[in-house]
Design a protein around this ligand. Structure first.
Ligand code: ARG
Ligand code: ZN
Length: 407
């Protein structure tokens, strides 16, 4: 009994409090000049007043003049930020006047969950469910520890399909810790492919490899301490964390990545400096000749993006087939729930960001590499209610199946 009480206390202490976001607002900024874009970039890099306590939480962007930027501003920061925006004549509107309710809702729904796909699981529970699926699947499926995180957690790849003559698709999920819908969607897809005969037949012609929790330390941290954490948990002198999607070895150090430790898009000291990106690199290189397609699964925005993401307007030479396969996938996806995806060039549609896994995959010769930005388009953003996991999972699976048939 004492142990139970102790356990409960630990469990309670180990959960982040959604109440901390009460009064936070989501602002949609529209910088209209390059100068204003630069100011926003500076705020992301150094905080509003160059102080660590004044870091703004960018949910999207900045990109270019005229392109909208989503920023979460804490209750304490609001006055100062609004004054600074006025001072620099940066236009904005309040797209959510109190984010607190979103976090509380998500938290409540997570507690009330009734099955595997109606909540966002902790790391251990997630892998227990995934492992049970692999057992259920039998000899056609397997799992493999492909590396260890900074805090020594296993990074696990799940392989569905066992015919080594078939092409492989590799999917990373959860590279960004707070994008909970990404691992949840991959888990749902694994379940359906294993359990539903209609999708099981995909394994006649493909091997599907999932690394659904590519950033396990960051993921746990979003559950225990800071729901809005993005990076891994690399300790640093000033701040923790490297943005794993700025740490891959193609155009490392370029636009949209930062050299300062405290930035949310800190690229790390060198390409592949992080054990989490090394794990993906090593697995992918080992299986390179089999890997025909590569998905990096993120949220949010409903985009199906092809490389290159490191700069505006730079395309791989097979851009036409990249586009047409993505369009086929997005059309099938949309037919399920009517949700529309925007298909196209990563930097042009979203923002330039160097060091992503998709660009690296293309650069080593993988033919079809993409980033998927799952739902929604901004109403809930990263805090998508877990009640939507199944509908997102169903449509994404339909998109995946159509895409695989097309390439
Ligand atoms: N939201 C993703 C990120 O910021 C987009 C990555 C797109 N790919 C790229 N290579 N830039 O990391
Ligand atoms: Zn992301």
């Amino acid at each position: 009994m004492r142990q139970l009480v102790l356990l409960l206390c630990i469990a309670a202490a180990a959960a982040y409090s959604p109440l901390q976001y009460m009064g936070d607002q989501l602002l949609a900024l529209t910088p209209s000049t390059q100068e204003q874009v630069d100011i926003l970039e500076q705020w992301r890099e150094l905080g509003l007043l160059g102080k660590e306590t004044d870091f703004l939480d960018f949910w999207s962007g900045p990109s270019a003049p005229g392109r909208s930027v989503q920023v979460r501003v804490t209750r304490k920061q609001l006055q100062g930020v609004k004054a600074a925006l006025a001072q620099h004549r940066i236009q904005y509107r309040v797209s959510n006047p109190d984010l607190g309710r979103l976090f509380i809702q998500e938290n409540d729904m997570n507690r009330a969950a009734f099955d595997d796909h109606s909540k966002y699981h902790r790391y251990a529970e997630f892998h227990a469910i995934a492992s049970a699926l692999i057992s259920k699947c039998g000899s056609q499926c397997s799992k493999e520890v492909i590396g260890k995180s900074i805090e020594n957690r296993d990074i696990i790849a799940y392989k569905l399909g066992s015919n080594s003559a078939n092409p492989m698709i590799f999917m990373d999920g959860g590279i960004h810790a707070r994008e909970w819908i990404s691992p949840a969607t991959l888990l749902y897809i694994m379940d359906q492919v294993i359990s539903d005969p209609q999708y099981r037949s995909l394994l006649d012609s493909w091997n599907l490899v999932f690394v659904p929790l590519a950033n396990p330390d960051g993921y746990e941290y979003t559950h225990t301490s800071n729901r809005m954490w993005r990076k891994n948990r690399r300790p640093g002198r000033a701040c923790y964390g490297v943005d794993l999607n700025r740490n891959f070895g193609f155009k490392f150090g370029g636009t949209g990545s930062s050299g300062s430790q405290c930035s949310d898009v800190y690229r790390g000291v060198a390409a592949f400096s992080e054990p989490e990106t090394q794990a993906i690199r090593n697995f992918v290189l080992r299986n390179k000749s089999a890997i025909k397609a590569f998905w990096s699964v993120h949220s949010y925005g409903q985009y199906w993006l092809h490389p290159f993401g490191y700069a505006f307007g730079v395309n791989p030479n097979n851009v036409a087939e990249l586009l047409s396969a993505a369009q086929t996938g997005a059309r099938a996806l949309q037919s399920v729930n009517g949700r529309r995806y925007t298909v196209g060039h990563s930097a042009d549609l979203l923002y330039p960001a160097a060091g992503g896994s998709d660009d690296w995959a293309i650069s080593i010769g993988i033919r079809y590499a993409y980033t998927l930005e799952l739902p929604d388009t901004g109403r809930y953003g990263f805090v998508l209610p877990p009640a939507q996991i199944v509908s997102v999972g169903r449509e994404t699976l339909a998109g995946l199946a159509a895409f695989l048939r097309a390439v």
